[in-house]
Write a new protein. Structure first.
Ligand SMILES: Nc1ncnc2c1ncn2[C@@H]1O[C@H](COP(=O)(O)OP(=O)(O)OP(=O)(O)O)[C@@H](O)[C@H]1O
Ligand SMILES: [Mg+2]
Lengths: 268, 308
């Protein structure tokens, strides 16, 4: 493993007070199997950060550590600091539920709630939704379905099950559900890998629009996607962060040989 | 090679079809036999049999209402008691309990379902009934005595004790099926719920239980069916008096119990025939219940398919 020779030209200091996340010495385990090894990285505010790397290298585990979802798996744990807006989310006095309200997540497989309608899916995460007036809720639903570029397609199907939509629509419904909680950050874990090119294009476009109000982290297997949507990219390999830099740098002139092999598709 | 396999498959198919057919014939046979044997009583009382409260072998008067009442009320009471407890157990075992505890405790609960009914009955008679008489019923009478359900003298044996014992007997069934239903909810549903900031409690109630609701409805119906047909344990604690009373403290009688108790004492044709007609009523009730359950499940499933 000595050939892994990490080089970071971007440090958290560069982001200054624009750093949304500062991750320091993050390790994560599944039982005795270590999935993340000493990750140090920062995520810039109002920017799209891409996470790339071969299957099983710990990309999902990494983003799931950012919203404290990792610990929900039986036997899974993590160590280290994840400083979010100046506060370590792993401090004992932090409530993971509140953290997850501020750091939303969209998963690889669209996972709407099948027992709920489209409408109910969108408002599922609102606190005290039952106490809100119908008209307020209607507004919320329309606003976030529009934001997720889904409104026109489902405005006549609001009271059908969310599981009855196409998978591309389901994924945008999940995005609307995530947006409706009004988080600061959205973590996308391979959000388009199960989708056709048209739905993928819609979601990428959507992401560009969201950038100005949200901080976005996206895990992707698709190099072009990373290049298209992100400003910064981190390359993971075997649980380690090999290189983290501006996206154009990673794709045109990476500092590490492994990164170069991976992004040029010569990875063995 | 392929042909041999095909032939075996076809033979197996016919064999299973034949066995299923026999089962169907058996069901129809039982129904026919019940109808034929209850003919005498039906001729004597007609539809009045269903609505009469009279059950007097000496006067040769027979009416099924108290037994139908007792069966329904005791089973429903049992379900009302058992349902929240069972769902609570299922949620606890699939989501909240420490990992090491889940398997052994689930196993023990499933074992409870295998205990013979008569053992529950003995326990009900010697342990539960005195507790009900000395503690539970007086307390209910004191604080909820303004309701018609908790009036009267605490006897220990009666509708309430009957309902409690049936509840205890159906809890293992409902809770173990519900637990399996909950464990079968995919992890991505729970994670989606948590990722939008639901608490674990909300994830369970708003997402996981609704996701598995058709399975849970199935569990409830299975439990209710068992409650309606339960014989031995109820017979031992329900008081065996053909009463129709709003008070749950009063003794009552169920269909299964009256058949078990009086069949050997039924000394003349009409008496036997009346008992058989009551049996027929129970048969029809459980049949309708199962049909309704199937229909509900089918509709829910179809709804979900349309949804999904
Ligand atoms: N639920 C789990 N239980 C045990 N080990 C797991 C679990 N999920 C992941 N792992 C292990 O942790 C390591 C990292 O997995 P992770 O899912 O983070 O990879 P990934 O980079 O997201 O892969 P992919 O691109 O295939 O999604 C892998 O070696 C995997 O085997
Ligand atoms: Mg992954």
């Amino acid at each position: 493993m000595q050939e892994i020779n990490k080089e970071f030209r971007v440090r958290s200091s560069e982001f200054g007070d624009k750093a949304k996340f500062i991750i320091e010495g993050l390790n994560a385990w599944f039982g005795r199997n270590q999935a993340l090894k000493n990750i140090n990285m920062s995520v810039k505010q109002n920017e799209v950060t891409a996470i790339i790397g071969p299957s099983g290298c710990g990309k999902s585990t990494f983003v799931r550590c950012l919203n404290r979802l990792h610990e929900e798996i039986i036997g899974a744990r993590c160590e280290g600091r994840v400083i979010f807006d100046g506060k370590d989310i792993y401090d004992p006095d932090v409530d993971p539920v509140l953290i997850r309200r501020r750091i939303g997540m969209v998963f690889q497989k669209p996972n709407p709630f099948p027992a709920m309608t489209v409408y109910e899916n969108v408002v599922a995460g609102l606190i005290l939704e039952g106490r809100k007036k119908k008209s307020e809720l209607d507004e919320v639903v329309e606003k976030f379905l529009r934001l997720a570029a889904l409104w026109d397609e489902v405005k006549d199907k609001l009271h059908q099950s969310g599981a009855r939509l196409s998978s591309g629509q389901q994924q945008r419904l999940c995005i609307a559900r995530t947006l409706a909680v009004e988080p600061d950050v959205i973590l996308f874990d391979e959000p388009t890998s199960a989708l056709d090119p048209i739905s993928t294009a819609k979601i990428e476009e959507l992401m560009q629009g969201l950038k100005k109000d949200y901080t976005i982290v996206i895990v992707t297997h698709n190099m072009q996607q990373a290049a298209r949507v992100s400003g910064y990219t981190g390359f993971f390999l075997l649980g380690e962060l090999i290189e983290f830099d501006r996206t154009n740098k990673i794709f045109t002139n990476p500092a590490n040989r492994l990164t170069e092999e991976y992004v040029t598709g010569r990875f063995g | 090679m392929k042909n041999v396999k095909l032939n075996k498959d076809t033979a197996f198919k016919w064999l299973t079809a034949f066995l299923a057919f026999i089962l169907l014939l058996l069901g129809i046979g039982i129904l026919l036999k019940l109808i034929i044997s209850s003919r005498l009583s039906f001729d004597a009382f007609g539809l009045k049999f269903l609505f009469s409260r009279e059950w007097d072998p000496v006067q040769r008067l027979f009416g099924a209402l108290p037994f139908v009442w007792g069966t329904f009320v005791s089973a429903t009471l049992a379900l009302i008691i058992a349902l929240p407890i069972s769902i609570g157990i299922a949620v606890f075992l699939s989501e909240l309990a420490p990992i090491w505890m889940r398997k052994p405790v689930s196993f023990i609960i499933e074992l409870l379902a295998a205990i013979p009914s008569v053992i529950y009955g003995l326990w009900g008679l010697f342990v539960l009934a005195p507790v009900m008489q000395q503690w539970v019923e007086p307390l209910l009478g004191k604080y909820l005595g303004f309701l018609p359900f908790f009036k009267g003298y605490p006897l220990g044996v009666g509708m309430l004790t009957g309902g409690v014992i049936i509840a205890i007997m159906i809890i293992p069934t409902i809770s173990s099926i519900s637990r399996e239903v909950l464990s079968a909810v995919p992890a991505h549903q729970k994670e989606a719920a948590l990722s939008i900031g639901m608490t674990r409690w909300e994830a369970i109630w708003k997402v996981m239980l609704p996701y598995g609701r058709s399975g849970i409805v199935g569990a409830i119906i299975l439990g209710y069916g068992r409650a309606l047909g339960e014989t031995m344990a109820v017979t031992m604690v329900i008081g065996n008096t053909p009463n129709i009373s709003l008070s749950l403290f009063d003794p009552a009688y169920t269909i299964a119990s009256v058949i078990a108790n009086e069949f050997t004492e039924a000394t003349y044709e009409l008496y036997i025939s009346s008992l058989i007609e009551i049996g027929l009523i129970l048969f029809v009730i459980t049949f309708i219940l199962n049909a309704v359950a199937r229909f509900l499940l089918w509709r829910m499933k179809r709804f979900e398919e349309v949804r999904g």
